[in-house]
Design a protein around this ligand. Sequence first.
Ligand code: GLN
Length: 197
Amino acid sequence: MPTVGILALQGDFDAHNRALAPLDVTTLLVKTVADLDACDGLIIPGGESTTMTKLINGFELYDDILSFVESHPVMGTCAGMIMLSKDASDSRVKPFKVIDLSVDRNAYGSQKESFEADITLSEEFETSERPFRAVFIRAPRVSSWNEADIIPLASYNDVPIIFRQGRVLALSFHPELTDDSRIHSYFVDMIRESLVR
Ligand code: GLN
């Protein structure tokens, strides 16, 4: 069974833990380098990327997380996407730059302007004909991406919101806040594929 780590310094890591519960995986809330060493893949949750950066630096975890995300499957949701991006346009955020896209933080508005929307997943996902309920909370919007290497896997109002580049999956919204496990299941498949190679 693969071990899926969830970075548990800040944000909604517990919701990811619950979302993974129906899947055939072991989960681990990651707070230390030793935790990271036990994982086959990592989720960086939603939360607040400026605070996450402070905590990662405070616990001196930046270099270890960087080498992990450079060599293993990783999924970032919302603030997690910001942390994986190439450019967060904010000097308070130190992203890992493992996916070739740039983000505008909070581009969809403030907490009060949070919203939910039905989106259509690309055919790479199970039963993609069924809509996925996407929850956006102070969500980042991707302002540019490497179109040669990244095919977006879903859009909302013509703006892409799910991106995959090799081992890296990044989403503007929170798939962990609904009961629909298709996106977590897709990420677990990415981990399984990396283990059989
Ligand atoms: N606005 C937050 C940030 O910039 C992200 C919000 C979220 O993860 N729901 O980090």
